[in-house]
Structure formats: structure tokens, C-alpha cells
Design a protein around this ligand. Structure first.
Ligand code: ADP
Ligand code: ZN
Ligand code: MG
Length: 463
């Protein structure tokens, strides 16, 4: 493997009520340009004022990433022209970011966090009739202008595209645990810097999401590898990632940060962050995914894989714990990380978005535990509860899911054996498939209520 260094600059849209420097609602809207005012439209004479909720979110995120928190929050103007930037400058943090020098653990490995700073999102460009290069014309939607972003910059400690994806997933999860990011509302956009074998680094811009980062990096690595193999040098440049064509294209040779001519934003005051404030924020941080995972391993002695899976959704993790109290950690862990999560994923729901309740789940799992429901039946009840929410009791009754009494199943087995003498002969001459056929016959007779494992055992005994 060649030596690869990857550093990410990730923009997370923060989920505050209002925008960063004005009182406009911080939300997407169908209609363009409705959530706007003179400030986020950049009219002359309009004045920004800082939304303190954004500063609080920045401090929380910084602490969750083990960062130092700045004593003063100061904003600067980053000057450049682009059609999405109506003022011709973006208000951002440059000289001193709200948070710096932290880290995020990827298993045993630590990814250094260089800095995290607050800035405003520009407006959204909508290219009409093609891509940026081929569009007939472009519309601008200012609803997004002034949305608070937290830009998190890593050290070049990431070594593979998979690691970059994993990093982003963990980062997003932390933001979700803190309640400052909502994946249904906001987006995560990254620029990736990548160099190979100590060569020049290339910045790939405009990458959306976690799958996107892996894809974009895989393509860029392939491109650089080809150059290196041909004995050519990788140029220091900025490239744009086109997720449709899955290629990166050169945009410009890389500019230096200082070329943006930063100046302090004269319309905003510096905001002091006291030590007490930071301590308070630290004390009120929720339990974070990594801590929860550790605790689950200790408290419930479950497998690592199950703990990893449970902490991906904080509400699912809470529900797991409540159920574990009643039905035990093992049963709860395997069902919450297994069939329950599978069903939620299938419907693209988080636990709290789903109609599931802890009470319902415990009811189902208790019936499973006491042998009233088979594994299959219990899984079916869970699926039904999500798809057509109603009490498990009703589902079990309506669908006739209670496990048939053994004597009944034995009768079905007897019937199936009598009705299918050829299959019995085939089985006796060593054809395993014949047994599967017979199991199917018995299942059919029972209307799906028998436990296939049990049926198989009964058939094996009988034959
Ligand atoms: P700039 O001032 O050019 O934006 P920064 O120091 O802010 O540079 O770093 C930007 C990003 O580039 C960071 O995520 C950092 O980790 C990454 N980076 C720095 N050096 C390298 C390198 N040799 N290879 C890959 N990425 C790098
Ligand atoms: Zn506004
Ligand atoms: Mg930079």
C-alpha cells in the first residue's frame, strides 16, 4: 500500500432555530428566497448580529472533540467573488477558531482535529439545463444564505477512503448526540485534501455525505496512482468532485488561505467565553457514543459488534437499556441490534421516528422468551408494529402467530409424512432437499405459525 495522507474539512449545517447573523428561520423551504431579510441578502447598510445558540453549539462540539475552547469568539471577512456570495465576502472565523487541537477516536486510532470554526453558508446555486459547465443559466436561492455551519478541519491522519467515511459517520453521530445536527434537515459537505508518497496535496471540493467521501477519495487516489506510475508529478491544485460522473476535474491551482485577504468583521463585537461557561458546557454534555459503547460493554457484557450497532441511534440505545432491565441484556441486545434495527433501516426510520415503544417490544420479547412466539413470529410482530402500528396482542391474534401447541404440530408432521411418501423416500436415500420440502409442507399446514426449527427436529425424529 502506498503511503496516503488525507485531511478533511467538513461543513456541518447546525440545527438552530434562526440563522447565524439574522433572525430568519434556519430551515429549508419549498419556495426560494422566502427565509430572507436585508442581512442575509447582503443589502448595503444591513448589520449582522450573532446568534448565541450557534456559539453554544460550537463550544459543545469542540468539547465533544476534546478541543481547547477559544477565550474570545471573533469573526472575520473572507473576501472573494462568487455568485452565491452576495456581499463578496463570507463571515467566518480565521485568526482564532472557536475550538482547536482536539481528536476523535477511530477504534484504537486518534484522528487529530486541527480546528473547528463557525461560518455562514452561502446561498444555493441552481444550475438550469445542465451542470455548472453546461447550464443555460443559474438561479440563486438565498434561503440557505446565512445558515450556521461548523467547519471541522482534521490533521492529515486519515489513511484510507474507508477510514474517511468512518470518521465522518462518527463525527455526524457525535453532532446528533449533541442535538446540534439533524440529518433530515441539514447536510454534511466536505473538502478532502489528499497526498500520496509525500507528493503534492490535491484538494477535492464539494463532496456530499459519507458514501460520497469514500467514492470521491477512491477516484482521486486512482488518478494520482496513475500519474505516479507514469512517473509524472501530482500538481498542487483544487479539483471539483462530480458525483454523477464520479470523476474529479481541475478547478484551479490551489490558492493560499492568506490570499483571501481576511479582515476582522467590523460590524460584530467580540464575544467573551468565560471559563465557567466552558465548565458548565462540559458538565452538561450528554453521554457520547464512544462512552456509551464502553459502558454497554461493561454493564451488559455484550459483544462489541452489538454495542457498536446499538449506539448508532441514541434513542434506540435508550430503549435497549429500558428493555434490558426487564428482559435481560442478551435478549434485548440481540433484538435491538438485529430485527428491530433491520426493520427501522428498511423503512429508513430512526427509533424515535418509528411508532415502536419500549412497552410493545418488551411484550413481544417476553412472549418469545416464554415460548409463546417463535423467532419468526416475533420478528413478524415487530415488522407489523412499524408498518401498521397497533398493540402486539392484536397483531398476534389477527395474524394467528401464537406458536401452535406441539401436539398440533406433531399432527401436521404426521400428515405431511403420510401425504408425501416420495419425499420421505428421497430423504431416506440421502436427499437433504426433501427434508426442506417436508418442512415447507408442515409450515403450510400450520399457516406459518409453527417454528421451522422445531418442525425440522420433529421431522428428523419421525423419519
Ligand atoms: P490551508 O491553509 O491550505 O487550507 P490547512 O493547514 O488549513 O491548509 O490544511 C487544510 C487541510 O489539508 C487539513 O485538513 C489538513 O489536514 C490537510 N493537509 C495538510 N497537509 C496535508 C498533506 N500533506 N496531505 C494531505 N492533506 C494534508
Ligand atoms: Zn435573514
Ligand atoms: Mg483551510
Amino acid at each position: 500500500m502506498p503511503e496516503i495522507k488525507i485531511g478533511l474539512e467538513t461543513h456541518v449545517q447546525l440545527d438552530t432555530e434562526t440563522k447565524l447573523f439574522c433572525g430568519c428561520p434556519n430551515e429549508q423551504a419549498e419556495e426560494p428566497n422566502v427565509n430572507t431579510c436585508p442581512t442575509c441578502l447582503g443589502h448595503p447598510g444591513s448589520k449582522p448580529r450573532t446568534n448565541e445558540a450557534v456559539i453554544d453549539a460550537g463550544i459543545q462540539a469542540g468539547l465533544a472533540l476534546d478541543c481547547e475552547i477559544a477565550e474570545k469568539v471573533v469573526f472575520s471577512r473572507k473576501t472573494y467573488f462568487y455568485p452565491d456570495m452576495n456581499k463578496n465576502f463570507q463571515i467566518t472565523q480565521y485568526e482564532e477558531p472557536v475550538a482547536s487541537d482536539g481528536s476523535l477516536a477511530l477504534g484504537e486510532k486518534q484522528i487529530g482535529i486541527k480546528r473547528a470554526h463557525i461560518e455562514e453558508d452561502p446561498a444555493k446555486l441552481e444550475h438550469q439545463g445542465g451542470k455548472m459547465e453546461s447550464a443555460e443559466y443559474t438561479l440563486v436561492d438565498y434561503n440557505r444564505a446565512g445558515t450556521p455551519l461548523l467547519e471541522i478541519v482534521t490533521e492529515p491522519d486519515i489513511e484510507t477512503p474507508e477510514e474517511a467515511r468512518e470518521f465522518l459517520q462518527r463525527l455526524i453521530r457525535i453532532m446528533e448526540y449533541l442535538g446540534i445536527y439533524d440529518r433530515d434537515e441539514g447536510s454534511v459537505r466536505s473538502d478532502a485534501n489528499i497526498s500520496m508518497e509525500g507528493g503534492n496535496r490535491v484538494e477535492v471540493k464539494n463532496i456530499t455525505g459519507t458514501r460520497g467521501i469514500q467514492k470521491a477519495l477512491e477516484h482521486e487516489i486512482e488518478r494520482q496512482e496513475k500519474l505516479v506510475n507514469r512517473g509524472e508529478e501530482v500538481k498542487r491544485e483544487t479539483r471539483n468532485y462530480d458525483s454523477e460522473d464520479e470523476v474529479t476535474r481541475s478547478l484551479r491551482t490551489k490558492e493560499e488561505e492568506q490570499e483571501y485577504g481576511y479582515i476582522f468583521e467590523p460590524d460584530l463585537v467580540k464575544i467573551n467565553v468565560s471559563e465557567e461557561e466552558v465548565e458548565e458546557a462540559q458538565d452538561s454534555l450528554p453521554e457520547l457514543p464512544e462512552e456509551k459503547r464502553h459502558r454497554f460493554l461493561e454493564d451488559y457484557s455484550i459483544e462489541e459488534e452489538l454495542a457498536d450497532s446499538l449506539v448508532t441511534d441514541p434513542e434506540l440505545a435508550d430503549a435497549f437499556e429500558e428493555s434490558a432491565e426487564i428482559i435481560g441484556g442478551d435478549l434485548a441486545a440481540s433484538w435491538f441490534s438485529g430485527p428491530i434495527k433491520k426493520t427501522l433501516n428498511y423503512h429508513e426510520l430512526t427509533y424515535s421516528e418509528s411508532p415502536l415503544s419500549g412497552e410493545w417490544i418488551v411484550e413481544v420479547l417476553e412472549k418469545l422468551d416464554s415460548g409463546v412466539l417463535s423467532d419468526r413470529a416475533a420478528e413478524k410482530v415487530i415488522r407489523e408494529m412499524v408498518e401498521e402500528p397497533r398493540e402486539p396482542e392484536n397483531i398476534i391474534e389477527e395474524e394467528g402467530l401464537e406458536k401452535a401447541e406441539s401436539s398440533e404440530v406433531e399432527q401436521y408432521v404426521e400428515g405431511a409424512v403420510e401425504e408425501n411418501p416420495e419425499a420421505v423416500l428421497d430423504y431416506e436415500s440421502g436427499e437433504e432437499d426433501a427434508l426442506n420440502f417436508l418442512v415447507g409442507q408442515v409450515m403450510e399446514k400450520s399457516g406459518g405459525s409453527a417454528d421451522p426449527k422445531e418442525v425440522r427436529e420433529l421431522l428428523e425424529d419421525r423419519l
